[in-house]
Write a protein that binds this ligand. Structure first.
Ligand code: C2E
Ligand code: CA
Ligand code: CA
Length: 501
């Protein structure tokens, strides 16, 4: 061993580890390693290493943005200036919507590339290099000295638009939304509370479905606590038998006979009363509870379908699937096993998948569709018209049915645009040999317009509201008349499963 190195051995090991860490840290480390090999003096190398480490400490290794400490220093300076001249300061907290599916579906390399690009866009938009930092995985903070609420909101809108531009990486074109919360100094607290309060405002946007902007207000902390408690209750709702399914018929447009029922989830909470699935399903998805709930829904719908089948009720049963369920590799095999257990032919079962989930072009979603097709299930594309499907992408899906989103049905008699969209969907479906279902039909005017467009099936309060299994049976048995009086008790008529394309 070289004697100069041997004499410095006491300080050598930590320095070697430091060197190794720097090598791992990227190009800077490589440059250092090269210098090191050239055998320069120990003191010089130590100095280089320290300044390199300093440099690294000042930058987020992934995005190259300043570190949180520098951001906080810039914030403290802006607050001090505001104190001196009576101005305001705004802190924005930005979170990407749907970043996790990108990371999970395409891998970390693509995820990291997206985050780097987000960092670059925010940095360019902020102007000042110290005014933006990454505060967590896919979350960023941005400082706007001198901004009041109006300015903060306007800038937030610009940033959301900037982040919504497509991300091109590894041959993919990805699109992401963003949720932004902001807090103002001095109105919403002292310097240490500004980032946490802006983050709280951002969480409230996310809880409401994302893709929006919110200004902090003091009630948000209690709202979030309420949501956390709700999730805790939801974790035990299955065990406590608080979940149940109700069923809403789909009727044949020409004969008004029932062809299918859609299972819809209900949560009877002991103190809050009935909690809408529109509220708790998105929350369950965000908190990783949807897998267990989704399995319960499917099992229960299979059990019920088996029971109806034994009684001679021959309509299809539909369940709604969430995107996260599709991404679970073992989901479709499990689903097939469950159908077998209840002796239900897969063609008699429909899975409703929203258009936006169906159009996610990830490996796992594609694989799940392939498995659904092979299993022979009837796939319905829900909320159709709200996403960005093309004829080409639709052709690749094993869909048997398109459901025109309720928004277009509602506006049908009054909006020429809604009518044009509904007509285009019906034509597209006909071209592809798919059935067209219209949901949310409430009036005879809507029904007539949909009949004119050639819709095959209709669903909505005009015919029947969602009802319990026993109410449905009473109705089928002719023991009660249909809620709208327009329904013929035809549940015993056989319906044929549609062949899959
Ligand atoms: P969706 O799948 O689009 O279901 C249709 C919703 O519209 C249902 O609300 C239904 O009760 C309501 N609806 C039906 N006809 C009419 C009508 O004529 N007028 C009006 N105004 N509304 C009508 P619901 O049951 O509250 O469900 C809301 C959403 O929650 C569903 O939308 C679906 O996305 C989700 N969901 C419900 N059950 C499940 C489930 O078991 N799993 C998953 N993943 N999502 C579910
Ligand atoms: Ca549905
Ligand atoms: Ca729908």
């Amino acid at each position: 061993m070289d004697s100069s190195i041997a004499s410095a051995s006491a300080g050598w090991l930590p320095w070697a580890l430091l060197g190794a860490a720097l090598v791992l840290a990227g190009g800077l480390g490589l440059a250092l390693a090269r210098q090191w090999r050239r055998g320069r003096g120990l003191g010089r190398r130590l100095r280089d290493a320290n300044s390199a480490l300093d440099e690294l400490r000042q930058r987020d290794s992934l995005t190259g943005l300043p570190m949180r400490a520098d951001f906080e220093r810039a914030l403290a300076e802006a607050v001090a200036r505001a104190d001196a001249d009576g101005a305001t300061v705004a802190v924005l907290h930005l979170g990407l919507d749907n970043f996790r599916p990108v990371n999970d579906g395409y891998g970390h390399r693509v995820g990291d590339a997206v985050l780097r690009e987000v960092g670059a866009r925010l940095s360019a938009a902020a102007g000042d290099p110290l005014a933006v930092c990454r505060v967590g995985g896919d979350e960023f903070a941005l400082l706007l000295p001198g901004a009041d609420a109006d300015t903060a909101r306007r800038r937030a809108q610009q940033l959301v638009a900037e982040l919504a531009r497509p991300y091109a990486c590894e041959g993919l074109e990805l699109q992401l939304g963003a949720s932004v919360g902001f807090a103002l100094y001095p109105d919403h607290g002292g310097r240490p509370r500004l980032v946490p309060h802006a983050a709280l405002a951002m969480r409230s946007v996310k809880l409401a479905g994302g893709d929006g902007i919110a200004c902090y207000d003091s009630s948000m902390a209690t709202d979030l606590r309420g949501q956390a408690e709700l999730m805790q209750d939801l974790r035990r709702a299955i065990e406590l038998r608080q979940l149940q399914l109700v069923y809403q018929p789909k009727v044949d447009a020409a004969s008004l006979q029932v062809t299918a029922v859609e299972a819809l989830l209900r949560w009877q909470h002991p103190t809050r009363g009935m909690v809408s699935p529109a509220v708790f399903i998105p929350l369950a998805e965000r908190h990783g509870l949807i897998a267990g709930i989704g399995r319960w829904v499917f099992s229960e719908a299979c059990r019920q379908a088996g029971e109806w089948r034994a009684r001679g009720l021959r309509m299809r049963v539909a369940v709604n699937l969430s995107g996260q369920q599709l991404r679970h590799e073992d989901f479709v095999p499990w689903l097939e096993a469950e159908l077998r257990r209840h002796a239900i032919p897969p063609g008699r079962f429909t899975v409703e998948i929203t258009e936006s989930v169906a159009m996610e072009d990830t490996e796992s979603t594609r694989a799940a569709f392939e498995r659904l097709r092979n299993a022979g299930l009837h796939v319905s594309i829900d909320d159709f018209g709200t996403g960005h499907s093309s004829l080409a992408s639709l052709r690749r899906l094993p869909a048997a049915e398109l459901k025109i989103d309720r928004a277009f049905v509602t506006d049908l008699p009054t909006s020429a645009q809604a009518l044009a969209i509904a007509r285009a969907i019906a034509q597209m479906a006909t071209t592809l040999g798919l059935r067209v279902v219209a949901e949310g039909v409430e009036t005879e005017g809507q029904r007539d317009a949909l009949l004119g467009l050639g819709c095959h099936e209709l669903q909505g309060y005009l015919f029947a509201k969602p009802m319990s299994a026993s109410s449905l049976e009473m109705w089928a048995d002719g023991e009660s008349s249909g809620p709208a009086g327009t329904f013929r008790p035809s549940l015993f008529d056989p319906t044929r499963p549609l062949p899959l394309s």
